[in-house]
Design a protein around this ligand. Structure first.
Ligand SMILES: [Mn+2]
Length: 287
């Protein structure tokens, strides 16, 4: 099953895993869309749980912008913001091991479920990327992140206009909008036509995409697309937040068709995020 943005909501992730074990015993795989950490209350607990599952071959991951923010904070590339909660990881005695594990994660997973190829990414892909191009772009980024710490840090600090890998990494982890000229942005699109997935869908690709990152959009179920960020950590900010899991059948010849009722919702247990300022601009910036 696929799991939306956890963002330090360890109680809800533990509830989901308990429910999965009750339903499937030991036979399950979690595919997590990234942003396991930040904004929420218990990032280290989330990482420990997911690490134990990953080491047992039961969790598959992609990097989100908040994992990259953690790496950049660890490497003094960015100061901590008032609403960062990653201090538990940064203060851990085994912090260096967490840092090196995080930079070993892929930025895209390309695989097959039922009758469909798919990619799992945190935020978006470019509208014209086929699966081979997508995998090639991701591979170039992953090679630099997994090299020396210096090579990883240089990629995260690079100017997007001068470094094609850094630009692609931004697309994979932060993009929400693509304008008519093909330029991407992390901003919420003003026109619906500028949503990255609208331009991607117009190309009639033959693969599906599972993604997260866009809590204000909420659960997104469209042909070829499953957007799973339902804002668990932002519970109470204008709507109820919950952790979403998507459970497509591996026997389904068309798992990305609609309608689709194959979702579990784990309700948020508390209002976690306090934000720096309770205004619209701040809410729009959340990711
Ligand atoms: Mn995100």
């Amino acid at each position: 099953m696929f799991v939306g943005d956890v963002q330090g909501c360890a109680d809800e992730l533990e509830e989901l895993v308990a429910r999965v074990r009750a339903a499937f015993g030991g036979e399950f795989e979690l595919w997590l869309v990234g942003d396991l950490v930040n904004r929420g209350p218990a990032n280290l607990r989330v990482l420990r749980l997911v690490r134990s599952l990953a080491d047992a071959g039961r969790a598959h991951l992609v990097l989100g912008n908040h994992e990259l923010a953690l790496l950049r904070a660890a490497w003094q590339q960015r100061p901590l913001a008032p609403d960062d909660t990653i201090q538990d990881v940064l203060a851990a005695p085994d912090r260096e091991a967490w840092i090196d594990w995080l930079r070993s994660w892929p930025v895209a997973q390309v695989d097959r479920i039922g009758g469909s190829d798919f990619a799992m990414v945190h935020a978006a892909v470019a509208p014209d990327w086929d699966l081979a191009e997508l995998a090639r772009r991701a591979g170039a980024i992953e090679e630099r992140l997994r090299g020396s710490r210096r090579s990883a840090a240089e990629l995260l600090a690079a100017d997007l206009r001068r470094d094609a890998d850094a630009d692609a990494l931004g697309r994979f982890t932060r993009c929400r909008s693509v304008d008519a000229r093909g330029r991407w942005s992390a901003r919420i699109p003003v026109e619906e036509a500028d949503a990255w997935h609208r331009r991607w869908a117009a190309r009639n690709h033959r693969y599906g995409i599972v993604y997260g990152h866009w809590s204000l959009q909420g659960l997104h179920v469209a042909p070829g697309l499953r957007g799973l960020d339902s804002g668990c950590v932002y519970h109470g900010w204008g709507r109820d937040g919950f952790l979403t899991a998507w459970l497509p059948s591996s026997a389904d010849p068309a798992p990305f068709r609609t309608p689709d009722e194959g979702f579990w919702r784990i309700p948020a247990r508390a209002r976690y995020w306090r934000g720096a300022a309770q205004d619209t601009a701040c809410a729009a910036a959340r990711s």
